[in-house]
Design a protein around this ligand. Structure first.
Ligand code: 13P
Length: 263
């Protein structure tokens, strides 16, 4: 596989937390804290994923203060427009200068019945509207016991990449369901093994170049104390952080993993 450097991405998925006023305060504090610490945003990219209702406020703040932070949505509709009550079009998100959209998070799969087909159609829709899909895959504890760790994430990713073009800019997040919000993260070795399998899927579906350039994140109980171990792995290019992304100090320390622990 071609040798490329992938810029690490540390992404905070806020889930259903922080209203638009809290979002403004949070993003301001986060940017200040990282800028104070002289964080190199070109070396480690930072993105936040607030609820839909916060995005306009975050956009205004980021643009006005020229903050070096990216942001994205937590979901996107597979449709462009029309009679789809409650849905949000990718066109609206790109108007708000979202760089990313999370797709197929395990909470959407389990609580909202999102199938692999839906995840695929949302991936295609995100790309169509110029958003980078952050495609989430991961096995449940039961899957892990029955099929091992990689089988389910591999088949989820294969399905998500159906009819996606080889030059598409995507991010993949490996989030074992049993590790999400449990305080029980995967080991770096477990994350690496699945990430390596996922990279093979990208190579098969989109080609070697795409496999070499695509960032694969680990998610599930990531915190400042365990991030460095994941980042040392060759196939893990960042993290999708839930709970710990809601604390400015903790999230800044995750972003600054190279400084406080050394990789
Ligand atoms: P936690 O970091 O709270 O385990 O959540 C992970 C997650 O689901 C990020 O999308």
């Amino acid at each position: 596989m071609a040798a490329v450097t992938r810029t690490p991405l540390i992404a905070g998925n806020w889930k259903m937390n922080l209203d638009h006023l809290q979002a403004i305060a949070f993003v301001q504090k986060l940017a200040w804290s990282l800028q104070d610490a002289k964080h190199d945003f070109d070396a480690v990219e930072v993105a936040v994923f607030p609820p839909f209702t916060d995005l306009r406020s975050v956009q205004t703040l980021v643009a006005a203060d020229k903050l070096p932070l990216a942001y994205g949505a937590q979901d996107v509709s597979s449709q462009d427009s029309g009679a789809f009550t409650g849905e949000i079009s990718g066109a609206f998100l790109s108007q708000l200068e979202c760089r990313y959209a999370i797709i197929g998070h395990s909470e959407r799969r389990s609580l909202h019945g999102e199938t692999d087909e839906i995840v695929n159609s949302k991936t295609v829709a995100a790309l169509k509207h110029g958003l980078v899909p952050v495609i989430c895959v991961g096995e449940t504890a039961e899957d892990l016991e029955k099929h091992g760790s990689a089988a389910v994430p591999v088949s989820q990713l294969r399905a998500a990449l159906e009819a996606v073009s080889s030059d598409a800019d995507i991010v993949v997040a490996y989030e074992p369901v049993w590790a999400i919000g449990s305080g029980k993260a995967a080991t770096p070795d477990q994350a690496e093994q699945v990430a390596a399998e996922l990279r093979k899927v990208i190579a098969e579906s989109l080609g070697e170049d795409a496999a070499a350039r695509t960032r694969i994140l680990y998610g599930g109980s990531v915190k400042a104390a365990n991030i460095a171990g994941f980042m040392r792995e060759p196939n893990v290019d960042g993290a999708l952080v839930g709970g710990a992304s809601l604390d400015v100090t903790e999230f800044s320390n995750i972003v600054r993993y190279q400084k406080h622990v050394g990789v």
